[in-house]
Design a protein around this ligand. Structure first.
Ligand SMILES: [Zn+2]
Length: 470
């Protein structure tokens, strides 16, 4: 009986693309339940306890006859992998989402943060945007693929990773380093993109195709300590402050890559005339200085997309008013463009500091591998573009370079083409109720559109030609 129902759900051939269409309304209740169940499992990190979510996923997969494997550094923080087999003609697609969520300040929530309460058209809860929406959508796609019995040209792999919120050694890094065979894929889809709702409809779809690479630096100035009533020319505080000021004043060279060039071009087409002139002006010799200056002051995120950024974040020196300390330290958060030549860049940093009293140390805090941006002409990127157009006809699709670090770095470093996608929200909701906000919520309808958006792309890229009726 179930089999008959599932067969009917799927595979009405579409005219435009050879993607089987699903009667989505009949899937909503199920994906909503998966989503709410996952939000209700408290996986706040610290401590994480992602194994609770893994146990839930195991049950769901087992009920469908989909085998799973788990991998754990810490038994409480397991990762889960499931795979729908294809005929192996092409390399797999990986659907990756993380099970951990950031912790909550309960007093800020108008509802139970782990209640998955539905109110005013939203599902409220920690993880509703980050990342249980992608987790539930990916899970539902696996179930739909299995039930449909369609032939795939490639495996579709599901990975529920732990530790994304600052503990990749339990999750993505561990899986990439120790169990890469289990998740090796040509393409990966995961978080970090989004669809922007303006005036009630999706106007922009951002797909993250690249990210900057953290390379924090530690500066240590040394001098002779002494009584502060006797000024010293080798005062460590003065030398350190000088070095930090020089770095802050240094404008590193601007350089666009495929992702950022395309991003600013497309962004200009959906911006006010003034903003568009600035975005287009970035690559014009006569206008670039003014455009960059405007972004430096008004738009730090987009300014950071233009260059390797050098940002002082910690300064430590001294302990008493009347003591000149012998040491002063600063941390500089360097976020490099993907193609930055780091030895050359660091040499330039030292030349700018130009002070033998200041020692320059590279650190590996938060280190991520350097990766090349994912392609904008791959089968998957083009399928995502088509899927977006189909679902949000008036939207402009643009690739994005994230300025923060993501777990995609571990996969890109192994040659996986990774694309960050996300649900549709208004700018206001994104800022006030998005990932890591005091209160997190997602429009219920955005869960459904995310599922459909992801499905269209996965089905187009994974289904075998025969199954697709080509
Ligand atoms: Zn996340």
């Amino acid at each position: 009986m179930m089999r008959l129902i599932y067969a009917a759900l799927l595979l009405c051939p579409m005219l435009s693309a050879q993607v089987p269409s699903v009667r989505w309304e009949s899937q909503h209740a199920e994906v909503l339940k998966l989503y709410r169940d996952l939000i209700q499992i408290d996986t706040s990190s610290p401590p994480g306890n992602e194994t609770r979510a893994v146990e839930y996923l195991q049950k769901v997969f087992a009920a469908e006859g989909i085998p799973t494997k788990t991998f754990a550094v810490d038994p409480a923080r397991a990762n889960l992998v499931a795979r729908i087999k294809g005929n192996g003609r092409k390399r797999p697609i990986l659907l990756m989402a993380h099970t951990d969520v950031v912790s909550v300040q309960r007093e800020k929530w108008p509802v139970d943060p782990f209640g998955a309460v539905i109110k005013d058209g939203y599902v409220w809860g920690r993880g509703s945007n980050d990342d249980k929406d992608k987790l539930a959508a990916n899970l539902m796609i696996m179930l739909l693929l299995k039930r449909s019995g369609v032939q795939l040209d490639r495996d579709v792999i599901f990975l529920a990773e732990s530790g994304e919120e600052g503990d990749s050694q339990f999750g993505a890094k561990f899986m990439a380093d120790q169990h890469f065979d289990e998740i090796n894929a040509e393409f990966a889809l995961t978080e970090t993109g989004r669809a922007v709702i303006r005036n009630g409809e999706v106007a922009i779809v951002e797909i993250e195709t690249a990210e900057k690479v953290p390379h924090p630096v530690h500066l240590v100035a040394t001098g002779v300590s002494g009584h502060a009533s006797r000024p010293r020319v080798d005062n460590a505080v003065v030398h350190l402050a000088g070095a930090v000021a020089k770095l802050a004043a240094w404008q590193t060279p601007m350089r666009l890559n495929d992702t950022t060039r395309t991003y600013f071009e497309k962004l200009a087409t959906v911006s006010s005339a003034e903003d568009a002139a600035r975005y287009n002006g970035l690559s014009r010799a006569d206008r670039t200085a003014a455009a960059q200056q405007y972004l430096a002051v008004n738009d730090p995120f987009r300014y950071s997309m233009l260059r390797t950024s050098v940002v002082p974040t910690i300064i430590k020196a001294g302990y008493r008013t009347n003591v000149i300390p012998s040491e002063a330290e600063a941390t500089i958060d360097v976020r490099a463009l993907p193609d930055e030549d780091m030895p050359k860049f660091f040499a330039e940093m030292k030349r700018i500091i130009n002070d033998p009293a200041v020692k320059f140390e590279e650190t590996d805090f938060g280190a991520r591998p350097t990766t090349t941006p994912s392609r904008l002409d791959s089968e998957m990127y083009l399928a995502l573009e088509r899927s977006a157009k189909r679902l949000y006809p008036r939207a402009t699709v643009m690739p994005l370079m994230g300025t923060g670090a993501t777990d995609m770095a571990f996969l890109r470093a192994k040659g996986v083409q990774c694309y960050g996608i996300g649900p549709a929200t208004t700018e206001q909701d994104y800022v006030n109720f998005g990932a890591h906000s005091d209160v997190e919520r997602l429009p219920e309808s955005s869960l459904y559109s995310l599922l459909e958006f992801t499905w269209n792309a996965v089905a187009e890229v994974a289904l075998s030609n025969a199954a697709a009726g080509k």
